[in-house]
Design a protein around this ligand. Structure first.
Ligand code: HEC
Length: 232
């Protein structure tokens, strides 16, 4: 370009910016599909291309990091701003029941004993009934009686284990035992391994496993009018 002489007024400068080497016409299939080379040099397309294909690795890593962080961040805000249900009367968290029972099933499948070391005979079932009345009836109810006030207000509501709809007679006895032994976290179902002996836990598990076909002595032990100590 000629050097402007003194007194000469520059009114306009036309500069042609050469296409940068990094924005070569694309050869990849994806690129060719999105942008034909015909439009390649249009200013807007060039910027877009640069954004799409320039520093790809850097953007990929950045995206990956954001992707990894976004879930925990959303989770934090969910709890931080009080969206997570904390009252027993509140609706369950999204997928709460599904996730919790999935985790529980997986754990039980791996850890529950396969069979009971003691027999489901009358003495064991009757002993189980006595353990049940003292330790479990408060939450899980007794045959032919309405559920207790406390159990109605729990979340989740404890199943009424002598109500035919809630009985666990289809569960393997080892599964019942696992629950009595370990408890179920954040449900109110306690673990009894510090307060009951192994035999007592098996007896009460057998009782629930056979809840629909109990001998009369076990039924009597579950009946508060018979089981309660005589009043003076
Ligand atoms: C403080 C209340 C409470 C007491 C006491 C209690 N449980 Fe539970 N139990 C629960 C709750 C709540 C659940 C429901 C857990 C769930 O939904 O996952 C439960 C669940 C269970 C289950 C699983 C039922 C099913 O449908 O799969 C069994 C079996 C069980 N309890 C046995 C017992 C036995 C046996 C005792 C006494 C030794 C006992 N529980 C004492 C609250 C209690």
């Amino acid at each position: 370009m000629a050097k402007p002489e003194s007194g000469m007024k520059i009114t306009a400068v036309a500069v042609r910016i050469p296409a940068r080497a990094s924005v070569e016409p694309c050869t990849s299939v994806l690129c060719a599909q999105l942008f034909t080379h015909r439009f390649y040099n249009w200013p807007f397309i060039r910027t877009w291309n640069k954004f799409l294909y320039g520093g790809f690795i850097l953007k990929f890593i950045l995206g990956l990091i954001i992707g990894i962080l976004i879930l925990p961040i959303c989770g934090y805000f969910y709890f931080r701003f009080g969206y997570a249900p904390v009252a027993t009367a509140a609706a369950p968290m999204p997928f709460e029941k599904k996730m919790a029972s999935m985790a529980l099933r997986a754990r039980i499948r791996a850890e529950a004993p396969k069979s009971s070391p003691i027999q489901a005979d009358e003495p064991n079932l009757t002993a189980g009934a006595k353990t049940y009345v003292v330790n479990c009836a408060f939450c899980h109810g007794l045959p032919n009686l309405p559920s207790t006030a406390a159990s109605k207000g729990m979340f989740p509501v404890p199943p009424q284990l002598f109500n035919p709809d809630d009985m666990v007679t289809d569960d393997p006895v080892g599964t019942i035992y696992w629950k009595v032994d370990n408890g179920i976290r954040m449900t109110g179902m306690p673990s009894f391994n510090k307060s009951l002996s192994t035999t007592e836990m098996w007896q009460v598990s057998l009782l629930l496993n056979k809840a629909d076909k109990l001998p009369d002595s076990a039924k009597a032990a579950l009946n508060p009018t018979v089981a309660a100590p005589a009043k003076k």
